[in-house]
Design a protein around this ligand. Sequence first.
Ligand SMILES: *Cc1c(COP(=O)(O)O)cnc(C)c1O
Length: 430
Amino acid sequence: MGDTTDFGFDTLQIHAGARPDPATGARQTPIYQTTAYVFRDADHAAALFNLQEVGYIYSRLTNPTVAVLQERLATLEGGIGAVCCSSGHAAQIMAIFPLMAPGCNIVSSNRLYGGTITQFGHTIKRFGWSANLVDFDDLDAVRGAIDENTRAVFCETIANPGGYITDLDSIAAIADEAGIPLIVDNTSATPYLCRPIEHGATLVVHSTTKYLTGNGTVTGGCIVDSGRFDWSKNDKFPSLSQPEPAYHGLKFHETFGNLAYTFHGIAVGLRDLGMTMNPQAAHYTLMGTETLSLRMEKHVANAQKLATWLEADPRVEFVTYAGLPSSPYYERIQRICPKGAGALFTVAIKGGYEACVKLVDSLEIFSHVANLGDTRSLVIHAASTTHRQLTPEQQQAAGAAPNVVRFSIGIEDPDDLIRDLDQALARAVA
Ligand SMILES: *Cc1c(COP(=O)(O)O)cnc(C)c1O
């Protein structure tokens, strides 16, 4: 497609980035199952290796199937470029890698996916990086946590499992004041419910494993660049603004302008870290994106119905879902995700830890898995699984206390889901 600015989301989720295969006319994007690409001649090869010409060299860096997905996700998020990688966690490392150096830190929300708390709290220290996790509802605390070595602010649009919604606009203003980028993990909202760049985000990261693919088949991740950050406005981002020794002193920002971050992600990030998405995974995720809006509408409608039903049930203590008027984030969600609060929520069950475990074991349609964003309804007891590595304080902050279970509501018939919940609650809460 040519200029896509006038097309609606439902059109772009099918067509953005894709065109009939120039070699065969194949309508669906082929899976380019190849490692390498033949150079036209030695000059062509040299130009590609010098980054003077854009093209395909080797699939650790670029692949035509993956490139279609990159263009599609950049378009859906309203960014100018994207880099896909092997998982959501890879995307997070890839996202901060160009910004960091030993001794640098990020300031992050303390309401995060459990694995991200572990990645930021422990693993990145091995690179000499650190993360300062704070309460993002306390804007003074966020401001106060930023120091001269902070290189990014990080948060999730909808933080699972606590039913938390980040005030993206206020956080973006703080990052802007400090001259550093805001990175938003938009996995739980998807670009259908929220486009963080419109709220001031510099970069958007995804676990494409979840709603973007949508049916629990492949792991993948993505970083979308807004193209709006001036990497040369201060001296904090030398990887982008200063000569790159591994490319004969090339300056990414000077050479590639607002595409500098995306080019760096491919030419240095994927080349040297190798967290590459494979073309099969890109294919599954492309299939998923084609129906994203249809699925999200149904996910949200089902979640709203089930959360409302559960909140009224005497066996339930409380439900944390921003789509319920009882949520402290009910007003905020209208501004951040006006099309709906997503399809994840946590439920506190009367009877605590034991009742939660029994509930999870008694559900029949819901699968007990460590995943979310599937067409199937899923349930997990976070305190005994995904958030098991965290301290009790961290569990509480993340909305994963021992008496709560997290639901990821699928797109089945909601009445069947309610019947299943009803019988399982009967067994769990005597
Ligand atoms: C799943 C998830 C991740 C990690 O993604 P993987 O693909 O499992 O590596 C990060 N953030 C959020 C919000 C997630 O749901």
